[in-house]
Ligand binder design. Structure first.
Ligand code: 4NP
Length: 157
């Protein structure tokens, strides 16, 4: 079982940093708390600049409220410094991974992976629910993030 000395630095990336990646950040923090793993550094950021400084989409906020998971984040963009600060940079879909790699400095240390690669149900892609008419896609995003958070932490044991 990992203990608090094993804390890692994790950055979640999605296109706008208002739906999927702040949900992943909140869910991983919640699972870490449940597991008494306290000294992790978890954040999220965007590929695009459209929503910088704004809080998460109201549908993401209500899904997190429904599950009693705190979510506090202001959107920011991915920076070059992130590639050496973080141990893992997780993208939500293949476009995110291409965009992350395209912004990487010449040398960097972070591992760039699809968060969905840790899903025990093998759903590789966390689909963008931003343009949906309701919050069903946000609920699904939460469920995927929960499975991936547990799958990722279990993979470190
Ligand atoms: P996210 O969703 O990448 O999961 O935060 C999106 C949010 C905003 C936009 C696209 C996706 N947008 O085009 O503004």
């Amino acid at each position: 079982m990992a203990n608090s000395e094993d804390g890692k630095k994790i950055l979640f990336i999605c296109l706008g940093n208002i739906c999927r990646s702040p949900t992943a950040e909140a869910v991983l923090n919640h699972v870490l708390k449940e597991r008494n793993m306290t000294n992790w550094d978890v954040d999220s950021a965007a590929i695009g600049s459209w929503h910088v400084g704004l809080g998460p989409d109201s549908r993401a906020v209500s899904v997190m409220k429904r599950h009693n998971i705190p979510m506090k984040h202001k959107a920011r963009q991915l920076t070059k410094a992130d590639f050496v600060h973080y141990d893992y940079i997780f993208g939500m879909d293949h476009d995110n991974i291409s965009d992350i790699k395209a912004r990487a400095p010449k040398t960097y240390t972070a591992r760039i992976e699809l968060f969905g690669s840790y899903d025990l149900k093998k759903e590789l892609i966390i689909r963008d629910p931003y343009y949906d008419d309701d919050d069903a896609g946000f609920e699904k995003c939460y469920e995927q993030c929960l499975r991936c958070s547990n799958g990722f932490l279990d993979s470190l044991k």
